[in-house]
Design a protein around this ligand. Sequence first.
Ligand code: NAD
Ligand code: UGA
Length: 449
Amino acid sequence: MADAGTRQPIGVIGAGYVGLVTAAGFAELGSEVWCVDIDAERIARLRAGEVPIHEPGLAELLARNRARLHFSTDVTGALEHASLLFVAVGTPSTYSGDADLSAVHAVVAAIPPASDRALVMKSTVPCGTGAALQRSFREQGKEALGYVSCPEFLREGSAVEDFLHPDRVVVGADYGWAGDAVVDLYAPLGAPIVRTDVASAEMVKLASNAFLATKISFINEIANVCEETGADVVEVARGMGLDERIGPKFLHAGIGYGGSCFPKDVNALKQLAGNSGYHFQLLTAVIEVNELQKRRVIAKLHKHLGELPGKRVALFGLAFKPHTDDMREASSLVLAARLNADGARVTAYDPVAEGQARQLVSGISFAPSALEAADGADAVVLVTEWPEFLELDWREVTQAMAGSLVVDGRNALDPAAVQAAGLVYEGIGRAPRATPDERIRGEASEAAR
Ligand code: NAD
Ligand code: UGA
C-alpha cells in the first residue's frame, strides 16, 4: 500500500473513455496504476502501446507514464497493490430506460472484502445505487469494504484537459477513511472539492447532465421559434449568454445532443423519478425536443430539394461531436436512417469516426475526404463541426457539387463565405441574411429612393 511521501497506488476497473483517462491522469500525478478490463483485445493493444480510442492528448499521456501503468484482464494485481479501486465500467440504458448496472455488479462480485480497500464509483449510476451496494456488501459479509461516489464530469474530445483541470471534484462518502484518500489523490489539481454524502454526489452527476441537456433543448426550441419569426438564434444566444446568470456555454443550437451519456443519463433520471412515483415533466420534454431536432434537417432538405428519392446528400461528419470517434447515439445515425428511408443516396465523410460508423450505419457510402463526399451532391449537411470543415474552401465545394444547398446542422459555418461561393446557406434557427451582392443592390435602391 501507499508509502508515506509517495502517491497512492490505485486500481482502475474499466479501460474505456473514463477509465483510460483516469488511469493516465493519476499516473501523470505520480500514482502507480493497475488498470483492468474484461476486453482481452483492448488490454493487449494497450500493453503493446496502442490507444484504442481517439481522444486528444491521451496517447501522449499514456506514453509518458507507461512505466507506472499496468494493464491486465485480471483484477489480482489491482487488489494486491491498491486500496482505492476506481470503477469506470459502462452503465448503458436498459429497454425500460433505467441504467443497466450489471457491469457494476460484476465488479463488486469480484472484489473480496478488506478493511483497507474501497470502491470509488466513477461510473454514472442512479441515485441510491451506492446505498444499495453498501447494503449488499453487508449481506455478502463484505462490510469492511469502503465506498465513495466520485462522479466523472469529463467530456469526450477534451477528456485529458478536463481531468487535469476540472471545474470541481465531487467526493461523496458516508463513513470511513476512503473519502479523505480520494480527496488527497485529487488535491494536486487544485480544483474545488465538494465533500458530500453518497446519494447527493450521485445526484450532482445526474442533475448536471440533465441540466446541460435541458439548456441544449431549450436553445434548440428557441432556434425553431427564430425560424418562424425572423430572429437569428446565434445572435439571441450571444445576447443571452452575456448575462452572467445564464452564461454562454451550451447555448449552441443544432441537430440535437448525442453521445454515450446525455441521452442515457437524462432518460435514467426521468426513469429514476418515475420509479419513485414522480413524473419529471421537464425531462420528458427535453428528450422529445431532442428527438424531433434530429429530424428537422430532413424538412429543410425537403423544402429546398422537394422529394428525396434519388437525391444525393453528403454528410460532413458523423461522430456525435468533434475530436472523438465515438458514434454512440450520434445524431448522424438518425439522420442517415431517415435519409435512407426517404430514398436519398448518402455519402459521408468523418475524419476519424468512419470505422465505428461502418459498424452502426448501413446503406450509405463513405468518402475519404469532404470534397469527395460532396462530389455530385445535391446538398451538403454539416453534422459534426470538425475544424477541417470550418476551414474548407467553399468555392471548391461548389465546383464538386451538382446542387447548391448547404445545411449547417451546427451553426458552425460562416454563412457569408458559403453564400459568396454561390451556395444556398440554411442553418438552424438562423435568419436568412442577404448576400453581399443583394445588400449592395438593396443599398443602391434605397439610395435611389
Ligand atoms: P466505455 O464503454 O468506453 O468503457 C467501459 C469499459 O468497461 C469497457 O472497455 C468494458 O470492456 C469494460 N468493462 C465492462 N465490464 C467490466 C468488468 N466487469 N470488469 C472490467 N472491465 C469491464 O464507457 P465510458 O464511456 O468510459 O463510460 C464509463 C462510465 O462513465 C459510464 O457509466 C458513463 O456514463 C460514465 N461517464 C462517461 C463519460 C464519457 O465521456 N464517456 C463521462 C463521464 C461519465
Ligand atoms: C457530457 C458532459 O458535458 C460531461 O460533463 C459529462 O461528463 C459527459 O457528458 C458524460 O457524463 O458522459 P460529452 O457527451 O462528452 O460530455 O460531450 P458534450 O460536449 O457535453 O456534448 C454532448 C452533445 O451535446 C454533443 O452531441 C454536442 O454536439 C451537443 N451540444 C453541446 C449541443 O448540441 N449544443 C451545445 O451547446 C453543447
